[in-house]
Ligand binder design. Structure first.
Ligand code: MN
Length: 222
């Protein structure tokens, strides 16, 4: 069985800082036949984790990637944590160098793009008639995504959830867009060669969908 490392998010509580992880992530990994391992966000040297896991999941979070992490001034990004960005980008490069499969979900997808030199729209609220921020309906199907020329998922049109207020702007150098929403928003990216994929939606919250199962099976078996 493959060991799937899932990065927890740093969060504040009344008793101090916490590492937190929505249980959807480890549940989806376990259901696909993998062993979920939670990595704390304590910024240890990514090299120390080499060999301890077979695939890496970069997770979603309320905390937007700090615009300084992709060289732009702050406009509409919120709850930024540049230290977390830097550590996750280092984890990404460590896993990429080891040719370990990487799945980025929501913020995790955006992080893959930034790690590859891309940029983000800091807020898409005024960019589309489609509603992409549907947090209260996080386990519902909100809009369609057309997947085309994917190396990992079966091409087609799928309904997905949507809990994001940012999106990929300029694509990172080694990435290709393999899924878009009807408004042109980038919803799926992949590395052109390596086993790296990012979804702007949250497949771990739609685990009965064939698309989610295909994705997590790929993660736990490739
Ligand atoms: Mn969306």
């Amino acid at each position: 069985m493959k060991r799937i490392a899932i990065v927890a998010a740093r969060a504040q509580s009344e008793h101090g800082e916490l590492d937190k992880l929505a249980r959807f992530y480890p549940q989806a990994v376990a259901r696909a036949g993998g062993i979920p391992l939670v990595l704390p966000s304590c910024h240890a040297d990514p090299q120390h984790y080499a060999g301890l896991y077979d695939a890496l999941v970069l997770t979603g979070c309320e905390a937007d990637i700090a615009p300084q992490s992709y060289g732009e001034p702050l406009s509409n990004a919120r709850y930024c944590d540049p230290e977390r960005d830097a550590w996750e980008i280092a984890m990404y490069h460590q896993a990429k160098q080891a040719a370990v499969p990487i799945l980025g979900i929501c913020r995790g997808m955006q992080l893959i793009n930034v790690a590859e030199g891309g940029t983000l729209h800091q807020d898409i609220a005024d960019m589309s008639d489609l509603e992409h921020w549907e947090f209260a309906r996080h386990t519902e199907h909100i809009h369609q995504v057309v997947i085309e020329s994917s190396r990992i998922l079966t091409d087609g049109e799928y309904a997905v959830n949507s809990i994001h207020h940012q999106a990929v702007e300029r694509l990172g150098a080694e990435l290709v867009v393999t899924g878009t929403a009807a408004d042109g928003m980038i919803e799926l990216i992949e590395h052109h060669q390596l086993p790296i994929i990012g979804t702007q939606w949250h497949p771990e919250r739609l685990i009965d969908d064939t698309l989610s199962q295909e994705l997590f099976r790929w993660l736990t078996r490739s």
